[in-house]
Design a protein around this ligand. Sequence first.
Ligand SMILES: Cc1ncc(COP(=O)(O)O)c(C=O)c1O
Length: 395
Amino acid sequence: MTRFSQSVSALRSSAIRDLMSLATRPDMISFAGGMPDNELFPIHEVQEIVDNLSVKEQQVAMQYGPTTGYPPLLEALGEWLRKKGFPMDTNKLIITTGSLQAINIWAKMFIDPGDVVLTENPAFIGALSAFGSYMPTIHGINMDGHGILIEPLKEALKLDPKFLYITPTFHNPAGLTYSPERRRELLDVMNATEVPILEDDAYGELWFDEEDKQHIVPLKVQSEKEQQICYTGSFSKIFGPGMRLGWMLVGEEFYRKAELCKQCIDACSPTFTQVLAHRFLVSGQLDSYVASVRSIYHKRCEYMVDAIKRYFPSEASFVEPKGGFYIWVKLPDGIDEMELLKEVIAEGAVFVVGSTFDPQGASNGYIRVSYCNTAEDKIEKGIKIIGDVMKKMMK
Ligand SMILES: Cc1ncc(COP(=O)(O)O)c(C=O)c1O
């Protein structure tokens, strides 16, 4: 018999994935993906950058690079973050192969089998899987419309956790953003402990309203004890996930361990895409590109919110996102999310069931619908399909 490792054997096989494989009809309206729209990628800008690389840059691009990242990109990204208020003098950057790799590196740095790890509930499935492969006990903490609940967090801290993983801004899947008060409360509680925080900010640039910017200041920027925090960011939603580039910003102690971990995972992130990201950033194109996609995602979000209000039963509820990609809908009582998914797929639309994001995979009566990857006419049609099936199931 083949003897896989315990950690691999523990990975969840999923009934959901089987269902999703039915959702491949070409006319299927998908609200399932968390990826940017292909039509929105800056392909002309990338083409121009490639065409203008010197021979020397092309050679560098094809070569291995330093484990912690392509130095010109580290410098440019460091400056970009410094302007946003990050404490660059007391921290170091590591370029990672997507921010999911940063999360994996963090998991490798901290988790021994049986350790307690705290996450929000719901939480990003990629992080849950990354943690899960090191066999911890994952303790999920519920949220309300303002962020993670503080009293349950205090209780959970008694479990002697290795770290707390959170996504305070434009949460995946919950679509919510921690209020300034909740950020403060969270920091007050965490600052009184030595428990490290992994702050995932994959969507932080995708705000909809300029005035909200002041409310989404990363914890890493605000905290009096910022060395406690590992901040992760990503080029995936602001350039392209195919670049496979993200970063982690950490103090010296975490930096040394993270570099060692990354060395044995992939030695370095793709130099080729780091060269492209460097040029994209220093030319100012990154900022103008993000500004242009922000308004498109904003419009799509408004469109979906409006369609949900018109087509979903009034018993379904949700928090209106202020940025990011997702709406997290609480289903009316008595609707089974898997049954709903099955029927909605049969009608030609697809979403992700809430249990996907529960640390224990438990059913929670929620669904995640994303508006990032669907044009407006299809949003209306797909949301109507889901709403009609819900109403039918309520009869
Ligand atoms: C909350 C969150 N964090 C991290 C990631 C990982 O992104 P990437 O590895 O592409 O940077 C994602 C991807 O969807 C995400 O939703």
